[in-house]
Design a protein around this ligand. Structure first.
Ligand SMILES: [Zn+2]
Length: 112
């Protein structure tokens, strides 16, 4: 499952950082793209299971979803992609390029 792999790599990253900081992590924030969304509930479940007995046990995860962006081919303006009103808010054109989806990112770790 996608979330299990994500949880595994987050734990590795947090553990490495915790060792560096010599502190216990209490919370972490992750961001991901809209096209590759993470189910926060499933992720937390997987995270808790894998984190048991590690320094990450009890760390609270939050997932932030990054909106897909597109760039207008006519005026170059970048705006959030809305499937229901895809027209450019600058010039009204519907001719645009969709930007690459945001990667999965460990944004922030909070330590005790
Ligand atoms: Zn435009």
């Amino acid at each position: 499952m996608h979330e299990t792999m994500v949880a595994q790599s987050i734990i590795e990253a947090i553990t490495a950082e915790a060792q560096k900081q010599q502190a216990r992590p209490i919370a972490a924030r992750i961001s991901c793209g809209q096209l590759n969304p993470i189910n926060e509930e499933v992720l937390n479940f997987a995270f808790e299971a894998i984190a048991k007995g590690t320094v990450c046990e009890g760390t609270k995860l939050t997932v932030v979803e990054i909106t897909l962006k597109c760039t207008c081919k006519k005026c170059g303006r970048t705006h959030g992609f809305d499937i229901y009103s895809p027209a450019c808010p600058g010039c009204g054109s519907t001719d645009f390029d969709i930007n690459p989806d945001a990667p999965l990112l460990l944004e922030e770790i909070e330590f005790e």
